[in-house]
Design a protein around this ligand. Structure first.
Ligand SMILES: [Zn+2]
Length: 237
């Protein structure tokens, strides 16, 4: 069988057209594949960013939104420059534990002392306070709202909540009742403020001050205390 020259030309033209169509199809497929891969990559980046945000950049809780439980006796100090300046505490990144360094005094006496500082004037004035004081019988007095700073923890006043603990003698060791209330209060605060276990620190960890003395001199007791806070939180919150 033989083709005429016209038929040969027609055949070649069709072959070229088919080849072109195949090439166009291939290019289209390649473009779609690249677009799908770019989309997948963008989704992966977005997912990874969301995960990192969720894991490491938790939005801090607004301290003003927290209501204290009924086992806390709220006796707020009068607003004054020496113990309750009324400065907003916008976010809380930690809980600082202290001891009063005044053996045998009660939570009420310490709270009243903080409040009496309002009467001072002059340059030698004392500025000190704490959000909470835990007494020898485990009673807890709140002196300052969580939405305001206290004067207890030096450089960390601006982003921490402070707890002063009473103690019966100069060893600084807390009574069982004080200790138990401290465990409970720290676990509750940690949970409400969505803080990690690492956020409970001693005044000592801020600036090296020997406070709370017993937990500075007995490192293992401090570790055990934090374990007990974690256990209480797991069980109750
Ligand atoms: Zn202290």
């Amino acid at each position: 069988m033989t083709y005429t020259p016209q038929e040969d030309n027609e055949f070649a033209r069709r072959q070229r057209a088919r080849k072109k169509a195949r090439l166009r199809k291939l290019k289209r497929r390649r473009a779609m594949l690249i677009a799908a891969m770019v989309l997948l990559l963008l989704l992966l980046i977005w997912g990874a960013a969301a995960l990192v945000r969720a894991l490491f950049f938790k939005k801090p809780v607004d301290p003003a939104s927290i209501t204290v439980p009924d086992w806390v006796d709220v006796q707020l100090l009068d607003v004054n420059p020496y113990s309750r300046p009324g400065t907003p505490l916008e976010k809380i990144n930690g809980i600082v534990v202290h001891y009063t360094a005044n053996p045998g005094t009660t939570a009420q006496q310490n709270r009243n002392y903080f409040n009496s500082l309002a009467e001072q004037n002059g340059e030698s004035a004392t500025s000190v306070s704490s959000h909470f004081i835990i007494g020898l019988d485990g009673e807890i007095i709140q002196c300052i709202p969580l939405s305001e700073i206290s004067y207890a923890s030096n450089d960390r006043n601006s982003d921490t909540v402070s707890i002063e603990c009473c103690h019966p003698d100069s060893s600084g060791k807390f009574t069982d009742a004080t200790y138990q209330s401290l465990v409970q209060l720290c676990a509750w605060l940690e949970s409400e403020l969505r803080l990690s276990e690492r956020s409970i620190i001693r005044h000592y960890d801020v600036n090296g001050k020997l406070c709370p003395l017993y937990f500075v001199e007995n490192e293992s007791q401090w570790s055990q205390f934090k374990d007990e806070v974690a256990a209480w939180r797991k069980e109750h919150y």
